[in-house]
Every structure is written in C-alpha cells, then in structure tokens.
Write a protein that binds this ligand. Structure first.
Ligand SMILES: Cc1ncc(COP(=O)(O)O)c(C=O)c1O
Length: 419
C-alpha cells in the first residue's frame, strides 16, 4: 500500500481502534471474559422494549418509514426533529435555540472529529491551532482525531481527597492558562473516564474564560443532560451561544444508531453542517426518526430520570462498595462517581504500569481500560497517568460483583508480589 500522510496517520497504532478491537477479540479468546472495558450502555429490558415500541410505530406508518429510509435529508438534518428538540430545550431550560441552532449528526465521535478539525490545525496565519482540555483525564476517543500532530493540549486538574478513599478532580483555574493558539476549550460532562461532573460554577467560569479569548467551549454531554441524563449530582444543564454542545443518542441504549445532535450558534451550526455534508453527504435518518417519536411522547427526557439515572446510580453505589471491599488494605482512591458509568480507580503506589495491570486483569478474565490512554494532549510527565484504570459498571449486578472481586484479587497480588 502506498499511503498518504493521512493514510499513514490514521492506520498507525491508535488507542480507540485498539479498544474497539479488544472488545471484539477478547470475547473470541475467552467467551467468559467479563467485559468492563468498553463504553457500551447497559442492557435494560424496559428500555429495549420502549425503543421497540417506538420503532414498530414508525415502521407501521408507510410515510414515516419512507421518510426514515427512502430520503436524503438536507445538510442540517430533519427539520421536524430539530424543531421538536429546540422546543424542548426552550421549555425545559429556557435556552434561546431554534431549529437553526441544531444539526443532526452521525454520532458524537464523528461530530467531534469534524468540529475539532474545523477549529484546530493549521490556522490562516500559519499558526498551529489547538484544542485545550482544561481538565484531564478526558475521553480517549478524542486522542487521534486531529489531522495533524500537536492538536491538543491539556491542563492537569487539582485533586481533592475525600472520605472513604474517594477523590474528585477539579479544574485548576490557578494554573489554567490559555495560549493564543488555543481555538477551543473542550470538556465532557459527565467526564469519560472519571465520572466527574464539572460543577455549574466550573462550567460557567470556563465559558466566560473562553469568551474572553473569543473561542468556543465544546461541551460533550454524551452521558449527561439534556439526555440521557446519567448524572447523579444536582449540576444543571448548560448552554450559551458560545457553547458547542455535542449530544448523542448512544448512551440512552442506542449506540448502533450512530446518531446525535450538535447545538451551537446559528453560524457554527451552519458551518458544521457544510463540512458534515461534504464528508458524509447527509446524516442518517433512523436516529432522527426515533428521536422524533421519543420527543413527541416525552420519553426522551423521561427515560433519564425514571429509568437510566436510578439504574446507573444504584450500580455505581454497589460498584463502589464492592471495589472498596475487594481491594482490602491496598492504598487506593476511587473517583466519586457523579455520572456516566465508569469507576476510575487510582492506585497511587502501583508497582507496575497500568498497561501491565490491564494485561494481568485480562489474563485473569476481566477487561478494563488502562488509564494512560485517557490523557490526550497532556505533555508534561505525570506519574498519575500510569496509576489508574477505568472500570465500566454498565453490567448486571452479579457480573459486576464477580469482576470487581477479580480486580481486587489481582491488584492485591500485584502489591503482595512487589512487597
Ligand atoms: C465522552 C464521549 N463522547 C463521545 C462518545 C462517542 O459517542 P457516539 O456513540 O455518539 O459517537 C463517547 C463514547 O463512548 C464518549 O464517551
């Protein structure tokens, strides 16, 4: 193969490809592997049944079915779903948005890649523009999205130690400097991998900081508000005309749809839709059709509060209790799970790297994510990046307990062997 620079860049080793690959091959190698690695949402029968009912209604209506399968939509995506969503956001949060602020996307991964490359990379003044993560760790899927090198920068957080071996990351505003070549700030809220939810104050401060630099704040709400609402703190949804919000249908239980929404100023929404059209021709209609149905009945928002939030928060509590018990006397900290569906375990004295721990866990039969993958853009060395693993609790209670006991046993062995 004679590859271009683009081809070479995108076919070399990448954390996200390795992750998606591992998810598939781990099960082939060991059908009993406990899968606590990926970002798949949990299987919740009531949620599946609800989606099936909505899909049946659409499929049984020839016009709606045709609109879903038989047409390309325009650059911004289906007008009806965008208007319904805008109406909901106005009513629920008082945001000044109309359909002109909303674009249907092919999921947040694709939307982020487009958006990030629209903002960062070589600027018109030949300056290398970058996206800054004001709090790291951040979503590992961002890592390789830049078409050029040196695409991201990141700022270390401050760490607040809490009772019961818990901790919380906070934006370290004192050390947060935004260089002139920063083209956007970006945070996921709740944060993948830590389950941190930036406080209302932190988000407002970041938006104001971004505004003073005349750059946008990208808010990736894949797990949070307005939907799917997998957030256990009282933090509020936030949007302003300086925010570019990426919302996704995936964590509702629909990752196979590859669908979501970008919500931004009219100018940014239009600009994004142009690039998306060149790259994708159009976004898929199935997500828009299902979201229309869910919006009409109110299920899109109701699902979060009535089903997903209680389901995941109970699992989070169970997971913390089990992991604390399983780790015994090993020195550890667990990030306070405030949303999303991961436990982020920090082992300050870990005598091996997180990749070596990941390998040992895999050999024992449980798959997690080694934490070093979740620090995109961080240039300065930081031992912490080698001392963490991400554990998904989007699994049944029995599997959860078994997996966490296994993790506890392996970690204890690692410490015992080192001592
Ligand atoms: C923070 C975050 N953003 C975006 C995505 C990708 O979402 P989508 O399935 O909509 O592409 C994920 C998936 O795990 C995620 O964790």
């Amino acid at each position: 193969m004679k590859l271009s620079r683009f081809g070479e860049r995108y076919t070399r080793h990448s954390g996200i490809v390795e992750l998606m690959d591992d998810l598939g091959s781990a099960l082939l190698g060991n059908p009993n592997m406990i899968m606590m690695g990926g970002g798949n949402p949990a299987r919740i029968p009531a949620v599946e049944a609800l989606f099936q009912r909505h899909l049946h209604t659409i499929i049984n209506d020839p016009e709606r079915c045709f609109a879903m399968l038989g047409r390309y939509q325009g650059p911004m995506g289906d007008e009806q779903v965008r208007s319904l969503l805008a109406g909901l956001l106005q009513a629920e949060y008082g945001w000044q948005v109309t359909a002109a602020n909303i674009v249907v996307t092919n999921g947040s991964q694709s939307a982020f890649s487009i958006l990030a490359n629209m903002l960062a990379g070589e600027g018109s003044a030949n300056q290398n523009q970058v996206i800054q993560f004001p709090l790291t760790p951040e979503y590992l899927g961002y890592t390789d999205t830049g078409l050029v090198e040196n695409f991201f920068t990141a700022t270390k957080p401050s760490i607040q130690l809490l009772a019961d071996n818990m901790f919380k990351y906070r934006v370290d505003f004192e050390n947060l400097t935004i260089a002139d070549n920063v083209a956007a700030l970006c945070v996921s809220r709740p944060t993948n991998p830590s389950g941190n939810v930036l406080t209302d104050e932190e988000v407002l401060k970041l938006d104001n900081l971004a505004r003073t630099k005349a750059i946008p704040l990208i808010l990736d709400v894949a797990y949070g508000l307005p939907f799917p609402g997998i957030q256990f703190t009282a933090a509020n949804a936030y949007w302003s005309d300086n925010v570019i919000m990426l919302a996704s249908l995936s964590k509702l239980g629909l990752p196979g749809l590859r669908s979501g929404f970008l919500i931004a100023s009219e100018e940014m929404a239009k600009a994004f839709s142009c690039v998306n059209t060149i790259l994708n021709l159009a976004s898929g209609n199935t997500g828009a059709a299902l979201a229309t149905s869910l919006l009409r009945t109110g299920d899109l928002i109701r699902l979060g509060g009535a089903v997903l939030r209680p389901w995941y928060s109970q699992k989070a509590e169970l997971a913390v209790t089990c992991l604390q018990a399983a780790l015994g006397t090993v020195p550890f900290h667990i990030h306070k799970p405030e949303g999303a569906f991961f436990l982020w375990l920090w082992l300050p004295g870990l005598p091996i790297t997180c990749v070596q721990l990941f390998e040992k866990l895999k050999a024992a039969g449980v798959l997690v994510i080694p934490g070093h993958t979740s620090f995109p853009g961080l240039q300065e060395p930081w031992q912490h990046t080698q001392q963490c693993i991400r554990i998904s609790y989007a699994v049944d209670a029995q599997v959860l307990q078994k997996g966490l006991q296994m993790i506890g046993r392996v970690v204890q062995e690692v410490y015992a062997n080192a001592g």
